[in-house]
Design a protein around this ligand. Structure first.
Ligand SMILES: NC(=O)c1ccc[n+]([C@@H]2O[C@H](COP(=O)([O-])OP(=O)(O)OC[C@H]3O[C@@H](n4cnc5c(N)ncnc54)[C@H](OP(=O)(O)O)[C@@H]3O)[C@@H](O)[C@H]2O)c1
Length: 268
């Protein structure tokens, strides 16, 4: 029987590529977007409307999904956005919006679908976190916080769902070429004291994303996880993705000095 796989945020980036590839491989991929009408005619898989920041949208989603399918094999929590900027320059309102999408939106959707997973006594929940869920770099404090929060939350949930045969895993990409930067939001509260550092950091970040890889490696990791019988929890993916967390945890000074040195390459 065909596996049903739900991919949130399938209008763009990782989600779009993954849902296309799943469809090609014979899975029943179902994607979500806040505006599915704009995407449906361009993709071969079914798109459903979902805004993970809207309770009404989430609370009616389980029913809507299960009117299309009779079992859900895999939930891929991929929808999210990037709030960039220095911590002090980011308003708390912006920080809360980051958490509403990346953390609360993901948690609320998972909660909406858990009763169906528990009833069927099998399933997989794969969440696209970020390398920023395992390490922290300057210029994305709330993004890092939201992804660290997801890591902590799902690590607990993994234990709790074990007896229901529901597997919980994370994927932690480094920077890849998607629409994440174009769709990002920027800290609103500029403080002139930070002007020099902010400019250097923006140049560094621009350079990092310009040199980043195409997202195929992330899709490959997600496909492997979909097909794995017993996936482990963390799956860092991309250049340096396994090295950075190890250096941060076991040799923090080395990690810190190398980040500072890399940013200082960009002179004003
Ligand atoms: N690209 C990277 O370098 C990178 C690295 C690490 C982690 N990630 C993570 O990967 C995931 C996918 O991002 P991407 O890089 O593929 O970026 P993207 O191209 O901007 O795609 C983001 C997707 O999320 C959806 N989305 C955003 N806000 C939403 C909301 N409130 N409700 C429902 N859907 C929402 C968007 O759908 P609509 O706008 O159509 O609703 C879109 O399909 C994110 O969680 C991101 O944090 C990306």
């Amino acid at each position: 029987m065909k596996q049903n796989i739900l991919v949130t945020g399938a209008s763009s980036g990782f989600g779009l590529l993954l849902a296309n590839e799943l469809h090609k491989r014979g899975y029943n991929a179902i994607g979500t977007s806040r505006n599915p009408e704009g995407v449906q005619s361009k993709v071969p898989f079914k798109m459903l409307a979902l805004d993970i920041t809207e309770d009404d949208s989430i609370n009616s989603f389980g029913k809507k999904l299960f009117s299309e399918i009779d079992k859900l094999d895999v939930l891929i929590n991929n929808a999210g956005f990037y709030l960039s900027g220095l911590a002090e320059e980011t308003t708390v309102t912006q920080g809360k919006q980051q958490f509403e999408t990346n953390f609360w939106g993901t948690v609320k959707l998972t909660n909406e679908l858990l009763p169906y997973f528990r009833k069927q006594r099998f399933g997989k929940i794969i969440t696209v976190s970020s390398i920023m869920g395992l390490i922290s770099l300057p210029g994305g404090s709330y993004y890092a916080a939201s992804k660290h929060a997801l890591e902590g939350y799902f690590r607990s949930l993994r234990f709790e769902l074990n007896e229901f045969n529901i597997k919980v895993s994370m994927v932690e990409p480094v920077g890849f070429k998607t629409n994440l930067v174009t769709n990002s939001k920027v800290a609103e509260n500029k403080i002139s004291d930070y002007d020099t550092y902010r400019t250097k950091l923006e140049d560094y970040t621009r350079d990092l994303f310009a040199k980043s890889d195409e997202p195929t490696a992330v899709v490959k990791t997600l496909l492997k996880l979909v097909e794995s019988k017993s996936p482990k929890f963390n799956h860092p993916v991309g250049k340096g993705s396994t090295l950075f967390p190890a250096i941060q945890y076991f040799a923090f000074k080395t990690f810190e000095n190398s980040v500072i040195k890399n940013i200082n390459r960009f002179k004003n």
